[in-house]
Design a protein around this ligand. Structure first.
Ligand SMILES: [Zn+2]
Length: 450
């Protein structure tokens, strides 16, 4: 029995963009039919000219609750997600207190999230020195994978792992066949670069302190590590073109490496960042334009698996915008709500069609999370997670439209193409442009749900 039919003239399915009717029963897509095939018993949503897209999946979000809810929280982050067409997100294990490094901490986090999420929310566990024995229990409790840092993370309670810590955890990760996501910057290369000094207000100073070699040295280590243990290793936020070649070569020889990049590496370039503009600070840093263009080309060649936000917000004071001190400001960029228009604007300018966008923003991250068959595609059997948006319409990013707790982002003031009209989560409205907030109907996902 179909409960709802959502139909439009431009529906993106694995067959392409065409007129179609999406039949929803009990929150799932029962079938996708011809536009005119609508049972009289079903309630009908007309998408009209809007592009009907799979709900976006974002596997890299720092929600920060509990413990640093003044930075961001489940209610605000997931409303931002819904407004940006995101219907599934995975929360990173760090910046919350406690960090998600054991099952007790996961339960604290799940309790904090329960009833507050406007979109489906799953959790990643953390690998830190000494917690290898916690990985199997976390995996059994349903985390979607593990995250670790090779260099300091920015918060004291989530320390980096050494190669020795990694090898200690490897047998358990291998036994679980768990996904390991790694922040890849190599401490010796960072230490070497730290010798260079400069004006802390100058972007060039920040960039010089986080060189390409820090990323490539880390990725070389990770390739060897993944090869040695047969592990699935995922490089988060790739920033440098040289890294792409290393990962492509490793994949060609069968090493199980995946990789992502983020909107800020695809949308900005170091040459354009004004001195003192600490809203652009993140690690690894936004690099020169040649890296940006090669990241786009790597996406086109399927050398990157996903574009995810790495949404990492803080209160304005921590960005030190008045001092403009790149060395002391918080490193992190918030773009959970803007990923669709930010990437569409860049894709359209380079001639990529919406089908490619769906691979990078929906199906790719769903596959990474192990949610293939359930999320990220408009097809029978999948959750009826949909975003209705207008690729031709443009808007200017301003602080009144942002639903995140603190409306600070380097995207402010930019004109972007791609206006989200409505977001549906399991067939129910999660966001409608210009309407009041919808009830928080998001579920807490685990890796074990079917
Ligand atoms: Zn992150």
């Amino acid at each position: 029995m179909t409960d709802v039919v959502i139909r439009g003239l431009r529906v993106l399915t694995p067959e392409g963009v065409h007129a179609a009717a999406i039949h929803v029963a009990e929150g799932r897509i029962a079938r996708v039919s011809a536009f005119d095939d609508v049972p009289s018993s079903a309630s009908l949503v007309e998408a009209g000219e809007a592009l009907v897209f799979p709900g976006l999946v974002d596997t890299h979000v720092h929600v920060n609750e509990p413990g640093r809810t003044e930075w961001e929280g489940f209610a605000t982050a997931t409303r931002a997600a819904a407004a940006g067409g995101v219907t599934t997100l995975l929360d990173m294990p760090l910046n919350s207190i406690p960090p998600t490094t054991n099952v007790a901490a996961l339960e604290v986090k799940r309790a904090a999230a329960l009833g507050r999420c406007a979109v489906d929310t799953g959790f990643l566990g953390g690998l830190i020195p000494g917690n290898a024995a916690e990985l199997a229990p976390l995996h059994l409790a349903g985390v979607f994978g593990f995250k670790c840092f090779l260099c300091p993370s920015g918060v004291a309670e989530f320390p980096p792992v050494s190669p020795r810590d990694m090898h200690e955890a490897a047998p358990s990760l291998a036994a679980l066949d768990a996904l390991l996501m790694v922040h890849a910057e190599w401490p010796p290369a960072l230490e070497h670069a730290a010798g260079a000094s400069g004006d802390p207000r100058s972007y060039a100073t920040w960039l010089a302190g986080r060189p390409v070699t820090a990323e490539t040295d880390a990725v070389r280590f990770l390739i060897g590590f993944a090869r040695e243990w047969g592990l699935r290793v995922h490089v988060v936020h790739v920033s440098a073109s040289e890294t792409l070649e290393l990962i492509a070569a490793a994949r060609a020889e069968g090493v199980r490496m995946t990789a992502e990049t983020c909107p800020h590496y695809l949308g900005f370039a170091a040459e354009e960042i004004p001195d003192g503009a600490t809203e652009f600070k993140c690690a690894p840093p936004i690099r020169e334009a040649r890296h940006r263009e090669e990241l786009w080309e790597a996406l086109a060649r399927d050398q990157l698996d996903a574009v995810v936000s790495d949404h990492s917000p803080v209160p304005a004071a921590m960005k030190l915008r008045e001092e403009g001190d790149f060395l002391r400001a918080w490193g992190g960029i918030a773009s959970l709500q803007l990923r669709l228009p930010a990437i569409w604007t860049g894709a359209r300018a380079r001639g990529y069609p919406p089908e490619r966008l769906a691979a990078w923003l929906c199906a790719g991250p769903a596959r990474l999370a192990g949610l293939t068959g359930r999320k990220g595609v408009i097809a029978a059997g999948h959750d009826a997670d949909l975003v209705l948006w207008h690729p031709e319409k443009e808007f200017v990013v301003n602080d009144t439209i942002l639903r995140q707790r603190h409306p600070i982002t380097p995207w402010l003031g930019r004109t972007l193409a791609g206006v989200v009209e409505a977001t549906y989560l399991r067939g129910e409205l999660a966001y409608a442009c210009g309407a009041a907030d919808q009830p928080a109907r998001g579920r807490l996902l685990t890796r074990l749900d079917s």
